[in-house]
Design a protein around this ligand. Structure first.
Ligand code: ZN
Ligand code: ZN
Length: 567
């Protein structure tokens, strides 16, 4: 937008005037469209970076009205409806809409499989609540548990109108740094997906279970496909099919809003939200300048091990393994193999060794046993390589979390609502790498992240309260406002169903020590996706927020929980 304004200035006064007139008329039409029919509510203006509109001069003394945060419950996934209303008008924002989906047998994951019904019921309720029109959709990152609602309830969302979309800079197709990152990730995911489909590899091995579990975050095995994260799964009419990828969802959102209404936000930026752009939002992450932080998932010191994003070698190994076992994407490529073609031995559909002419190969039983006995599997190179696949899957997963758009939504009185997506350690650490303009003046005072976190009265707990997605000293301990409340989009039973041999109890969400400290800092004011409403109500009696619940999805199990704050 800034570039267009500059270009316009270079034109002759007459042309500029004419163009401005056309633009004004166009914008009037657009604004007219954005205002819904009687009974509806919408902001007449939409948010944009500070400085894009001359009329925006600092924070209004008092924006008035009410700000509410609604979390849809029963989901291991984020689905938040944030609203700023004054009288009958409202600014309506959706932050993510997704739920973790099952891979494999529903019998093994009965609670996980319920998530689909919940999000469809939630989408239905949400469309009624927002009147089918949104001022802003924030898509924090490319994970199924943050985006799958748009796939699973695509029919319900079809009529949704979206004025603006915010995404992280990592999703910007015109950004070289982002494209390099995405290509690498797409290649690695395609290799993992090919492996997961291979009949020759033990699907029930611990390593493969981890791989398929983590592929859930991209929409399962098929949606990732051999074409990586390509946008190949949208129907010809633009709808999202049942097996759409997360990438297809992001594309769907961008198309709904129109390319000029999508902002790819960078850390340190300040953007506007709320009725009449009443409020500021600080863009905290994902990090851009320090690539190392984008890859840092766990603490540098302490008991947790340090994990870094897929090194090139890991990706190559998994591509080689997938090619070795055949993924239906064509013959193995010599460059992906560890041995030259002379030494290749083809496999049959049941994993049996074949001769080059396709006949079954007779092998020395003693030699075969050396590699296939239960206690001799370590000798097989493919079993060894599966460890690489597991590592790669874990690293990609954490790395995508680190691309989360982390936002500090500020209210007029400077209180802050913190929405970090699934940001992991490196993303949190980077928030201190930049300062944030304290007001809209060009050379005005700057804020440090410590000051922003000290004003947080609401914390959407990062990554469903896992162990490495809320920093201690540089994070939660800085949230010192005694009015602090938290929401955790988690269903503990769903997390526990994600079982592999190396994690027999599934995922630890919420993580014990973090939960304990959150409980202390909030005085117990924590709302969970699987929380018990009466117990939660008793904790919120003295809160600055008004607590309410939606209609029951099942008896005693409301569809959503909401916090409202009068300004
Ligand atoms: Zn995530
Ligand atoms: Zn998540």
């Amino acid at each position: 937008m800034a570039k267009k304004t500059k270009a316009a200035r270079k034109q002759s006064a007459g042309v500029a005037k004419k163009k401005a007139k056309v633009a004004k008329a166009k914008s009037a039409v657009k604004k007219k469209r954005a205002v819904p029919a009687a009974g509806g509510s919408s902001s007449p203006s939409t948010p944009g970076p500070v400085g894009n509109a001359g009329s925006r001069t600092g924070v209004p003394a008092s924006a008035g009205g009410t700000v509410s945060i609604r979390m849809y419950r029963g989901l291991l996934g984020d689905f938040f409806f944030v609203k700023h209303s004054v009288g009958a008008t409202a600014f309506k924002m959706l932050i993510d809409c997704g739920v973790l989906q099952c891979i494999g047998s529903k019998a093994n994951k009965p609670v996980t499989s319920l998530g689909k019904q919940r999000i469809i019921a939630g989408a239905d309720d949400f469309m009624k609540a927002c009147g089918g029109e949104l001022d802003l959709v924030v898509a924090t990152h490319e994970h199924y548990d943050h985006l799958s609602g748009f796939i699973l309830a695509n029919d319900i969302f079809k009529p949704l109108k979206i004025a603006k979309v915010w995404m992280a800079w990592t999703e910007d197709r015109t950004d070289k740094v982002a494209n390099g990152y995405r290509n690498k990730k797409g290649r690695a995911l395609a290799a993992l997906s090919a492996l997961a489909r291979s009949s020759a590899l033990a699907a029930d091995s611990d390593e493969m279970k981890t791989v398929t579990n983590l592929l859930q975050f991209y929409g399962g095995i098929d949606p990732v496909g051999s074409d990586g994260m390509a946008v190949a799964r949208r129907k010809s009419n633009g709808d999202l099919s049942g097996n759409a990828s997360c990438e297809a969802v992001l594309e769907w959102l961008r198309t709904k809003a129109g390319p000029n209404n999508v902002s790819f936000l960078k850390p340190g930026e300040v953007v506007r939200w709320g009725l009449r752009d009443a409020f500021r939002a600080y863009v905290l992450g994902p990090p851009r300048e320090d690539a190392k932080k984008l890859r840092q998932l766990d603490p540098s010191k302490g008991t947790a091990r340090e994990v870094y994003l897929a090194k090139g070698e890991d990706v190559e190994t998994v591509i080689g393994l997938a090619a070795l076992h055949g993924d239906g994407a064509g013959p193995p490529r010599p460059n992906d193999q560890p041995f030259v073609p002379l030494h290749w031995c083809p496999y049959g559909p049941n994993g049996e060794r074949l001769k080059k002419n396709g006949a079954k190969q007779k092998l020395n039983a003693e030699v075969v046993a050396t590699y296939t006995k239960a206690d001799a599997k370590y000798r097989r190179i493919d079993i060894d390589w599966l460890g690489s696949a597991e590592n790669l899957a874990l690293k990609i997963d954490g790395d995508v979390n680190n691309t989360s758009l982390a936002l500090g939504l500020e209210l007029a009185d400077r209180r802050v609502l913190l929405f970090p997506g699934d940001a992991q350690v490196g993303n949190w650490l980077s928030w201190g790498d930049q300062t944030y303009p304290a007001d809209d003046s060009k050379d005005g005072p700057k804020l440090k992240i410590d000051e922003i976190l000290a004003r947080a009265v609401f914390y959407k707990v990062g990554h469903h309260a896992s162990h490495n997605a809320t920093l201690r000293e540089r994070g939660l301990e800085l949230m010192t406002d005694p009015r602090l409340c938290a929401m955790i989009p988690v269903v503990e039973q769903t997390a526990h169903e994600q079982v592999t041999k190396s994690s027999p109890n599934g995922w630890s969400m919420p993580y014990g020590d973090l939960y304990k400290r959150l409980n202390e800092l909030t005085g117990g004011r924590i709302l969970r996706g699987d929380g018990e409403a009466n117990a939660e109500k008793s904790k919120f009696k003295a809160s600055i927020f008004r607590l309410s619940y939606g209609a029951d999805f099942k008896a005693g199990d409301p569809l959503w929980v909401e916090l409202a704050l009068d300004l």
